[in-house]
Design a protein around this ligand. Structure first.
Ligand SMILES: Nc1ncnc2c1ncn2[C@@H]1O[C@H](COP(=O)(O)OP(=O)(O)OP(=O)(O)O)[C@@H](O)[C@H]1O
Ligand SMILES: [Mg+2]
Length: 366
């Protein structure tokens, strides 16, 4: 959810910067798990995310590592409280990738998370593999040389396996009920839709707001499979043939729409916001193969994963995400930054969102 909160959400925190670890503490933490890190190791704070503090630490051998710290507020907006247990969920899922047999099926798809190296749950610290400076999806579509059709297809297969292999799995249900995060999403995103629609003076704001709120209430429960939870362009780092998925703090035992419709909505917005045919082509191919591969895998293995109710959830989440990015708390620093509710581009996006929310499009599947 990078760069996406504005203080208008009404959340207040009190702990502020007092919990933020200093250089000595970060180095001591990294040294526990990474040989070669020393008192003089260069430590660089990374930009990019906004919920947490993230650093790259170098060892003299040239190896580097990533440290992530979750404060009990949003790092870039310290007066908005946000439950710091989110990093424990990220720690636990990165660890689970190392020892849960269910997740073995995800190996070999050319998509993976960074390797877990160490954690301090009391201090809300995580040490992980440094992927390096791979471009995220938003950046990568500007370049030639990536096979977007195959990358999209691999990501679709990977997310399908994540959902399928954990479907109705008690261990994942017991360990990944990330309800603090879902509660915040309900408050700032789904409940917010009413206000977002009012900003655009939509005559049916109440009706749309109610559909989105009901969806958020459903998502604020334990669902049917493990989801990545933050599947948007900034979490997807691209190599020529491979993908690394970062930022798993919103992972939850939830419902498929919050991954699949989420990324699909972002790809629609990326497509909408670029005027370059070459970029439209890459984004379109990525989206088409992502969805085709996801739904094919599900149909082949466990069609019961996606019920008619889930398909309806896909549509509403797709629309709700567009509303949040065009009129809502997550407009800042993203694709529609600075555009007023009356701007023709915003009106186009709202029209698209409404159609999905009302279910005017027959099916979500390609
Ligand atoms: N394992 C990693 N390897 C390389 N770079 C990383 C890694 N993890 C994070 N980064 C870099 O740090 C930035 C912030 O990380 P991340 O997205 O996890 O933070 P965040 O605060 O949770 O973000 P958000 O506000 O989107 O939730 C990323 O955009 C990326 O550039
Ligand atoms: Mg994050």
């Amino acid at each position: 959810m990078a760069n996406r909160f504005r203080s208008a959400t009404g959340f207040t925190g009190s702990t502020m910067n007092s919990t933020r670890p200093d250089r000595n503490e970060l180095i001591a933490f990294a040294r526990r798990y990474a040989s070669g890190v020393s008192d003089r190791s260069p430590l660089e704070q990374l930009r990019g995310g906004s919920l947490n503090f993230v650093w790259r630490i170098h060892s003299p051998s040239g190896k580097s590592f990533i440290i992530k710290h979750a404060p009990p507020y949003i790092a870039s907006v310290p007066d908005i409280a946000f439950d710091d247990s989110r990093i424990v969920f990220e720690v636990n899922i990165l660890k689970a990738f190392q020892f849960r047999n269910e997740l073995n099926q995800l190996i070999g798809i050319s998509v993976r998370p960074p390797e877990f190296l160490g954690s301090d749950n009391r201090r809300h610290l995580l040490l992980m593999e440094d992927i390096g400076a791979w471009p995220d999806l938003l950046q990568a579509v500007r370049f030639t040389g990536y096979n977007f059709a195959s990358l999209g297809s691999n990501l679709g297969a990977y997310i399908a396996q994540l959902h399928l292999q954990t479907y109705q799995n008690k261990w994942f249900a017991d360990n990944f009920a990330n309800l603090p995060v879902q509660r915040t999403r309900l408050q700032v995103q789904y409940n917010g839709c009413l206000e977002f629609c009012r900003r655009a003076h939509l005559p049916d704001a109440e009706k749309i707001g109610k559909l989105c709120r009901q969806l958020g209430e459903k998502f604020n429960t334990v669902g049917k499979c493990l989801i990545m939870g933050d599947l948007w362009p900034y979490s997807i780092l691209l190599g020529r043939e491979e993908i690394r998925l970062i930022d798993w703090e919103l992972t939850h035992f939830g419902r498929p729409a919050q991954d699949v419709a989420h990324l699909s909505a972002h790809l629609w917005m990326m497509f909408h916001r670029t005027s370059r045919p070459s970029q439209k082509d890459r984004i379109g191919r990525f989206r088409q193969t992502f969805l085709a591969s996801y739904f094919n895998e599900v149909a082949r293995q466990k069609p019961e994963l996606i019920s008619a109710e889930d398909e309806r959830d896909f549509q509403i989440h797709f629309g709700a995400e567009i509303l949040a990015r065009t009129l809502g708390n997550f407009q800042n620093n993203y694709l529609y930054d600075g555009l007023t509710p009356e701007h023709p581009v915003i009106l186009e996006a709202i029209a698209e969102a409404r159609k999905w929310i009302y279910g005017d499009y027959a099916a979500f599947k390609p």
